[in-house]
Design a protein around this ligand. Structure first.
Ligand code: ATP
Ligand code: MG
Length: 245
């Protein structure tokens, strides 16, 4: 009986410990510093909680208007103690141009895209969009005006509708339309309606299918800047043809 009791108390002890750990983790999350560069943090917070402010944000006219990108003497490193990944990059991309960036593995192509998404608090040199300094535009402005199709896309553990149209500014029919275009509607609707199927629980996607979902999002939102980081790296050539079209 004693051995049994000892076993039982050990079990309970470790259970308690792991539950306290979860609590500790939640507490740590509440202390995360917001990213620098958000100008209207309060507005964004309210928008996330829904309500009237939300509509106002999505209706507000935001920059960039054109999408001209200028980088000048750009130096970027991931951490203070590391070497520079991008060194002295100076490029000028006119609005509405289609530009390809070619480089060996590890050359810094993804880093260049990340810098446009505001992943780096600190960098040397200038990034200007439509002639305006990146730091002054405000992260929420820039981010809401570009679409990134990433090399390794990540989906939210939420329904498909939220993943494709997080700002909820399109109708169900429009969202279904773009999903049909990338040939994923059938797979999803076999499981359920797009506002009910939860990614990760009800349905899972391969890397290539995640890229297709990113494409759907890009097509739906028609942003001025579309960044494609080897967007078809995990997609077979037949589907790639579909996307090219
Ligand atoms: P690929 O063609 O393989 O996608 P890439 O050109 O996109 O390569 P990057 O991902 O931009 O290359 O990486 C460029 C360099 O930056 C790499 O050599 C790597 O050492 C460094 N690097 C990338 N991500 C990080 C990170 N999160 N932390 C530290 N260093 C990083
Ligand atoms: Mg890359």
């Amino acid at each position: 009986i004693l051995v049994e009791k000892i076993n039982y108390s050990l079990l309970k002890y470790s259970e308690t410990e792991s539950q306290f750990l979860s609590f500790e983790r939640c507490q740590a999350f509440t202390k995360i510093q917001p990213e620098k560069g958000y100008k209207n943090l309060e507005r964004v917070r309210k928008a996330l909680q829904g309500g009237k402010e939300k509509r106002e944000i999505s209706l507000r006219k935001i920059e960039p208007d054109e999408g001209k990108i200028d980088m000048e003497g750009l130096f970027i490193k991931y951490r203070k103690d590391l070497d520079y990944v991008l060194k002295n990059i100076t490029i000028s991309i006119p609005a509405r141009a289609k530009v390809g960036i070619i480089g060996r593995t590890g050359a810094g192509k993804s880093t260049l895209f990340n810098s446009l998404c505001g992943a780096f608090d600190e960098y040397e040199g200038n990034i200007r969009i439509d002639g305006k300094e990146y730091r002054e535009l405000g992260l929420e402005n820039v981010r809401s005006n570009l679409t990134l199709i990433s090399q390794s896309p990540i989906l939210f553990e939420d329904n498909i509708l939220y993943n494709i149209d997080p700002s909820q500014s399109h109708t169900l029919e429009e969202v279904r339309g773009v999903l049909r275009k990338v040939d994923l509607l059938e797979k999803i609707e076999e499981v359920g309606a797009i506002d009910e199927v939860v990614v990760g629980n009800d349905i899972s996607f391969s890397q290539g299918e995640k890229q297709l979902l990113s494409f759907a999002r890009a097509v739906l939102n028609r942003k001025k800047l579309v960044l494609m980081d080897e967007a078809t790296s995990s997609i077979d050539s037949e589907t790639e043809l579909l996307l090219q079209r």
